[in-house]
Design a binder for this molecule. Sequence first.
Ligand code: HEM
Length: 380
Amino acid sequence: MLPALVFLALAAFAAALLWSPHAGRAAALHLILAVGAMPLIFGAMNHFIPVLTRTRIAATGLLSLPILALAGGALVVGALSLPDLFWGRYAGALLAVAAASALLVWSRRRRAGMLGRPHPCLAWYEAALACLVVALFAILASAIWPQQTIALRRLHLHLNTLGFVGMTAVSTLAVLLPTVAGRPDQEVGPRLRRDLPWAVAGTLLVAIGSAWFGPLAWIGGALWAIPLARLGASWLRLYRTEILALHGAAPLLAAALVGLALSMIFGAMAPMTAAGWFRPTEPALAFVSGFMPPLVSGAASQLLPVWLRPGVQSSWHAKLRDSLGRYGGVRAVLFCFGGIAAGMDHEWGLLLGAATLVWFLLQASAALLQALIIREGNPS
Ligand code: HEM
């Protein structure tokens, strides 16, 4: 199911980036975030939580959670594009709350039932899911508290982008890049443990601050900068060669970290642009074209082979990984340019992000086709 969710997410990203200049902004953003990213994150958590807790793989019933989340995401896109479907935003929120809460409860049970301590990445995933649940309750709350709709929308936006997606992404990146490079970073676990309070406090302050009291958001942004700077500094020290390479997943994962930092910087500049000091910035557009696409395409380049054929790793996996990562460095640079341009409200930034994604989708389809033919011919 995970490979299907990866392709669904990438196709949703490309379609939304191409569609966004013509569609309603909120609908296009939710096609990326709620239809593309949310079910994929749920699927990835289904896969990683047993690894982090050293417990058995998830039962098949749990696979329904990404589908429930997908149904919620599709409903909200419908509701934001068609006025007649206004109720869909609340129905979509309820479906997604049900899926996120079930995943969170399951994760807590796995934690309680395991031997020893879980990997610290698990606490990041649980914090991310808690942010999503609160973010969705904010949408439900706006139905009974309409005079707070604008504040609650801001709360929802930041809890989802920095909290749900940001915390899932940063913790996964911290573990994934050393795997991609094939050289462990002994500091990953302790650093994740140390940085979680900064990320949680940063997310809450940005969300509450932007909803009700602006100065708190600045403090929150500064707190979030701590984990990002520590992770970036350790990557530059340990994995500079892999990050600056022409091929592979590492440049894309590093580009994702840069994209997340850039969208936060654009967000911090928003009050100054509102005062007319600079041209308007679009942090959400930098997020969806400079951060999400390199994150998902980079992670997919590394993980698709394992997800397609779990178990003992062979030359089949290595070859497929090479094909998926070919020219990853060029795509990383293009995604960075696209993210900066989109964040500065240039439409071509979204189109550049979409074109780069379509390139990856075509390359990945050809690589998978070839790998499956080799697999048919040689089952080892
Ligand atoms: C099924 C779940 C979801 C529901 C029901 C929902 C609902 C909504 C609604 C009603 C709005 C206000 C739209 C407007 O004012 O025009 C909104 C805004 C927003 N939501 Fe969601 N949302 C969901 C999931 C997500 C997720 C998973 C993310 C991010 C990971 C997200 C990010 C955002 C952003 C960035 C905005 C601001 C859009 C803008 O600036 O125009 N939402 N959401």
